[in-house]
Design a binder for this molecule. Structure first.
Ligand SMILES: [Zn+2]
Length: 234
């Protein structure tokens, strides 16, 4: 199966569904990890261009640990807009290139606008990607892919409807996040949080909800054309 995961910033996928992506890749699925924004504003220590380069390198290392391929859309932090026709077109091209059978992205009510805009763009683009007269660089995709919303930051206002057992992949998830050294520093300095501790607590908490050691939670996007009788998550 081809899986496309789209997060707003480099490190979001690692935090919110890294264990699931690592598990999917280990089971032979083709996984693309895309970050929409370059992460070019999350630093006290570097300028925008400098931190963007650091973050692409960190994301590439993290994806490599999962056995996934990294893809970047090159937008700027705080400037992801669901109504932007240029961004929508780029998202459609991403879908047409990856040709996913399952998509994972942010929940529509996550904590900040880049996340919610990416969620909206992914929902719009996975439909538009199949419309032949919405012309872009690439040929249309042939399926409106089912979407799974990954957990919100700290699980706030998010009730999972499906769980993935990541007990055997939690170490990989932690290693993937550890690749984002610049962000672990930023999150500590800017938000006062140890994100490695946070993912351990969250994965354990989700695990307790479904009877395993470590888990990640998801909600299926239940809109017309997205429903499926098949379990797609591992
Ligand atoms: Zn983010």
């Amino acid at each position: 199966m081809r899986v496309l995961a789209v997060g707003a910033h480099p490190d979001d996928l690692e935090i919110l569904c890294g264990g699931t992506l690592a598990r999917l890749a280990s089971e032979g699925h083709e996984v693309v990890m895309c970050h929409a924004s370059r992460g070019d504003r999350g630093s006290f220590a570097h300028g925008s261009e400098e931190i963007a380069a650091v973050r692409l390198a960190e994301a590439t290392t993290a994806a490599g640990l999962a056995g996934a391929r990294v893809q970047a859309l090159g937008w700027s932090d705080g400037e992801v807009h669901a109504e932007d026709p240029r961004q929508r077109r780029q998202m459609v091209d991403l879908v047409r290139e990856a040709r996913p059978e399952m998509v994972i992205t942010h929940h529509p009510d996550d904590y900040m606008s880049d996340h919610t805009a990416v969620s909206r763009l992914v929902q719009d683009a996975t439909f538009l990607a199949t419309v032949p007269l919405y012309e872009t660089e690439r040929p249309p995709h042939d399926v409106v892919a089912p979407i799974y919303f990954m957990d919100t930051l700290m699980g706030l206002a998010f009730e999972p409807t499906e769980y993935v057992d990541i007990s055997d992949h939690f170490a990989t998830k932690a290693a993937m996040l550890s690749a984002h050294q610049s962000q672990l520093r930023w999150l500590s300095d800017h938000d006062g949080i140890d994100m490695l501790e946070a993912i351990a607590v969250t994965a354990r908490f989700r695990g307790l909800q479904c009877g395993v050691r470590h888990a990640e939670g998801f909600r299926q996007c239940l809109r017309w054309l997205r429903g499926t009788t098949r379990r797609l998550l591992p």
